[in-house]
Write a protein that binds this ligand. Structure first.
Ligand code: NAI
Ligand code: MG
Length: 493
């Protein structure tokens, strides 16, 4: 990526390794862009194998002490981190909005506030890593303890870097692991700031955060022999590479991958609240750069035209613009690659004879919005479930509407995908809600609700959307602890 500012103008953000801010050993850097203006805003180190090694060594050394901290003391440190994130939330949100293009009011502020809740939640459950006892016979007892895994490698994406980093850091360290986070090259600054806050309250090496490209820095990290667990959020394709790296070392992975989640509207939901819900589920205010976006909209034929009219009217009212403006609902896409990809899909969908554009369309070529990677909230009607726009993850604000008339038909279409992350059902009929919830193969089903995952709710995918659950107490235990059985015979002692 080339900078369009003179050398030296963009500040260098450093990595966090062993409690210290560091640059890359060979001093190389990567430019970080503001996608709304296509300007270089910062540089971050381009970590090499040697830098990755230092971070993992620091985490491995810190693990020896951190694993034995009483859970209550780990929790106290995490509560201080939460308070500090809260105190610095506005600065964190502004940095997040600037590097991702996500709107401050609708996306970045809620995400920064969410990180506070995440640290408080995992601090609250840090003492819950309990085991079981098995009474084998008189004088013989077996019990289990849950132990941390060791050094966790966390690979995070750019779409919600603060939330992803917060969940992985908090759930891993709460139960005694240490962590090396590899921030996404497109949005590393807010993850570095979060790591800076963590390092104010933790022993050196418990939380490390490095920067670099995925295929280099990320791959070096996942291949490092001291890494005992990989937690990944990102594309299904990269998820396969991560799993291969884990297979080489026989270590566990959690994979939170892509999605093409159905949003099914029944006739009883032909109302404004369902329109708002469908919009929220599609995550339009995050430019739909969300793995849980309800991006396939199945509307019952009885209400199809009326519902889509209402939806298009609402979408046309969304304000797309400068992420830092309070009036902005929707900011910019992350980079040129996503911008090109999203516009290619819009063209591809509209090339079909039966497709109708009800809102949005290709990105503006003139005016303010042409200066950044902006996309319009787009609704394409008359789509068939077999089209590429209905099968592939667009990761942009392009909602495709497909009509249906029979419940079994819509359920079949909903499940006709290699993904299985989320699903949204809009109905006031209990039977419809329950039948759909039970029939759809997805990790998280919401009925009349389109919220994003929050701490406490089990969250993760089925099928090629991945496996492993991290957002809940159970997820923390499954993903970041291992059971050890201890069998005691005290009959002869
Ligand atoms: P990606 O999956 O390649 O990147 C996510 C993270 O993985 C980044 O930190 C990247 O540096 C790292 N990475 C990439 N290759 C790696 C490797 N071989 N070993 C270790 N780490 C590696 O996603 P990308 O390229 O940014 O976006 C492509 C598509 O992926 C998007 O269009 C979208 O469809 C999907 N995606 C899904 C996300 C989700 O939340 N499930 C998040 C980001 C992207
Ligand atoms: Mg990639």
């Amino acid at each position: 990526m080339s900078s369009n500012l003179p050398e030296g103008d963009a500040p260098l953000y450093k990595m966090w390794v062993n409690g210290l801010e560091v640059v890359a050993q060979d001093d190389t850097t990567i430019d970080v862009l503001n996608p709304a203006f296509q300007t270089t805003i910062a540089k971050v180190p381009h970590a090499s194998t040697a830098d990755v090694g230092k971070a993992v060594d620091a985490a491995a050394k810190a693990f020896r002490g951190w694993r034995h901290w009483p859970a209550k003391e780990r929790a106290e440190a995490m509560l201080k981190i939460a308070d500090c994130i809260e105190a610095e939330a506005e600065a964190l949100a502004t940095l997040l909005a600037t590097e991702t293009g996500n709107a401050l009011r609708t996306a970045a502020r809620p995400e920064a506030a969410g990180a506070v809740g995440i640290f408080r939640y995992y601090a609250g459950v840090a003492s819950e890593a309990k085991g079981e006892t098995v009474p084998l016979s008189a004088g013989k007892l077996s019990y289990t303890v849950r132990e941390p895994l060791g050094v966790v490698a966390a690979i995070i994406p750019w779409n919600s870097p603060v939330a992803a980093a917060a969940v992985k850091i908090a759930s891993a360290i709460a139960v005694g692991n240490t962590i090396v986070v590899k921030a996404a090259e497109d949005a590393p600054l807010s993850a570095l700031k979060l790591s800076a806050i963590c390092n104010r309250f933790l022993p050196p090496g418990v939380v490390n955060c490095i920067t670099g490209y995925g295929k280099e820095t990320g791959a070096h990290l996942t291949a490092h022999p001291e890494v005992r667990k990989i937690s990944f959020t990102g594309s299904t394709e990269t998820g396969k590479a991560i799993m291969r790296a884990a297979a080489e070392k026989i270590i566990p992975v959690s994979l939170e991958l892509g999605g093409k989640s159905p949003s099914i509207v029944f006739p009883s939901a032909d109302s404004d609240w369902a329109v708002d819900g469908v919009m929220a589920a599609m995550r339009f205010t995050r430019q739909s750069q969300s793995c849980t976006a309800g991006s396939r909209l199945f509307v019952h034929r009885e209400i199809y035209d009326a519902f889509l009219d209402k939806l298009a009217t609402r979408l046309n009212r969304l304000v797309v613009g400068d992420p830092l403006e309070e009036s902005t609902d929707m900011g910019a896409l992350i980079n040129d690659r996503q911008y090109t990809k999203v516009n290619d899909y819009v063209r591809c969908g509209l090339a079909e004879p039966s497709a109708r554009l009800l809102s949005g369309g290709e990105s503006p070529r003139q005016g303010n919005l042409s200066e950044g990677y902006f996309a319009l909230p787009t609704l394409i009607s008359g789509v068939h479930n077999s089209w590429r726009v209905a099968r592939e993850e667009i990761f942009g604000p392009v909602l495709v509407a497909i009509p249906w008339s029979d419940e079994s038909e819509v359920l079949e279409m909903a499940n006709d995908t290699h993904y299985g992350l989320a699903a949204y059902i809009w109905t006031t009929q209990l039977g419809e809600a329950m039948r759909c919830s039970s029939a759809i193969d997805a990790g998280w089903i919401q009925v009349n609700s389109g919220t994003a995952p929050g701490a406490g709710i089990s969250f993760g995918g089925m099928k090629e959307s991945g496996f492993g659950r991290e957002f809940s107490l159970e997820g923390m235990l499954e993903s970041f602890t291992q059971r050890k059985s201890i069998t005691l015979d005290f009959s002869n002692t």
